[in-house]
Write a protein that binds this ligand. Structure first.
Ligand code: 5GP
Ligand code: ZN
Length: 117
């Protein structure tokens, strides 16, 4: 756990959040400022800065994150085959990343536009 990290605090249960799923290595919670009817953050419990800091040895936790994202969407009735969802990972200033703890945005429940802004 990294001191002063908001998402480490949420993963540790020290900062309140609406948790929607949890596995051995991953927590999913509702975004505080949702950009779609369903907007969930899927994070590793272990502090990893961002996708640029992933190592080959982190492969399993990354797959666990995508599996939780799929489960969260399915639980909301947004099956990949029918409605689907968008997964986003921001890295660095140009991406507008604001929280330096790896997080997978799960956005769903509306038709998305492309390209993103
Ligand atoms: P980023 O811009 O870094 O890719 O995304 C960070 C996301 O975390 C944003 O969508 C923001 O709304 C969300 N967020 C920031 N602080 C909190 C918080 O304390 N609680 C929750 N639930 N979401 C947060
Ligand atoms: Zn952290």
């Amino acid at each position: 756990m990294s001191m002063d990290c908001i998402f480490c605090g949420i993963a540790a249960g020290e900062i309140p959040a609406k948790i929607v799923a949890q596995t051995a290595n991953v927590v999913a919670f509702k975004d505080i400022n949702p950009q779609a009817p369903l907007h969930v953050q899927v994070i590793p419990i272990r502090h990893i800065v961002d996708a640029a800091h992933l190592e080959v040895s982190d492969a399993a936790v990354l797959v666990e994150m995508t599996a939780v994202a799929k489960q969260v969407a399915e639980d909301a009735g947004l099956d990949p085959a029918t409605r689907g969802y968008r997964l986003v990972m921001n890295v660095g200033p140009d991406s507008q990343s604001t929280v330096p703890h790896l997080h997978l945005h799960v956005l769903a429940g509306r038709s998305m536009t492309w390209p993103p802004g």
